[in-house]
Design a protein around this ligand. Structure first.
Ligand code: HPA
Length: 244
């Protein structure tokens, strides 16, 4: 079954029907998630910041979340994230289906393998099959909505937060090759890989990264971009589910 992990701006899933809330116990803690119908398909929805939202990015119990999804029957995951732009040619809002990431987080529990030596391959952090299915769904939605803009690849830079970045940090991330900046793709992606759970992401740019506009990040403008971008994400997910 497909699982969707929702983030800021996607803490509940309008369009999901026959919702059954569940509390799933794992060895790492208890996780709230929902089973529901999207179109004619059963899916799982997990709001990563909790319900009600209360876990900041560095306090999310990523290990419990991934294990809870598996216990509830997930066999693939799409992670929805709100991000800032790093590439200054990206618009706000614009969707990015990332193909790479750079991890700038620290102090987060990164692995299920704390007591044994176990290395995973992470050359391509996002599952390419899932990614291509998402790209196809995005193309279909774009054909019916000229406003919808998306990129079929991009490098997600994951920062520790919860503060936003300095202008110099965003400049450095651009030099590093990042296109977007968020706070939640890691260790979510790496834990999914450790559990061999195919994982892809879809990100909504909700603000220009720090310093891009020579002004402070305007927190009050984020909501409008979020609302529009997340409505595109909902359409793409509905189309995705229809096509698999
Ligand atoms: N930086 C980091 N994470 C974010 C941002 C940002 O500018 N916007 C939304 N999530």
């Amino acid at each position: 079954m497909l699982a969707i992990i929702g983030g800021t701006g996607f803490g509940d899933f309008a369009g999901l029907q026959e919702i059954e809330p569940k509390q799933v116990e794992t060895e790492f803690g208890s996780v709230y998630l929902e089973e529901g119908q999207l179109g004619t398909s059963p899916i799982l929805f997990l709001p990563r910041h909790g319900n009600p939202p209360r876990f900041p990015p560095h306090k999310i119990n990523y290990r419990a979340n991934i294990d809870a999804l598996i216990a509830a029957g997930a066999d693939k995951v799409i992670a929805v994230t709100a991000v800032g732009t790093v590439d200054d040619s990206l618009r706000v809002p614009e969707l990015v289906i990332p193909d790479q990431l750079i991890d700038y987080t620290y102090g987060r529990v990164q692995t299920y393998f704390d007591d044994e030596i176990h290395h995973i391959d992470f050359t391509f952090p996002y599952d390419e099959t899932l990614r291509q299915q998402l790209v196809e769904a995005a193309k279909k939605c774009q054909a019916g909505n000229a406003e919808l803009v998306f990129r079929d690849r991009g490098v997600y830079g994951c920062t520790q937060g919860p503060r936003l970045e300095t202008a110099a940090e965003i400049r450095r991330m651009r030099i590093d090759g990042c296109d977007i900046v968020g706070m939640t793709a890691m260790p979510e992606g790496t834990l999914a890989r450790e559990r061999e759970l195919p994982y892809a992401g879809i990100s909504v740019t909700v603000n220009a990264g720090a310093g891009i506009n020579d002004m402070a990040v305007k927190l009050d403008e984020i909501q409008a971009a979020m609302d529009e971008g997340m409505s595109w994400v909902r359409d793409i997910l509905a189309s995705f589910v229809n096509s698999i």
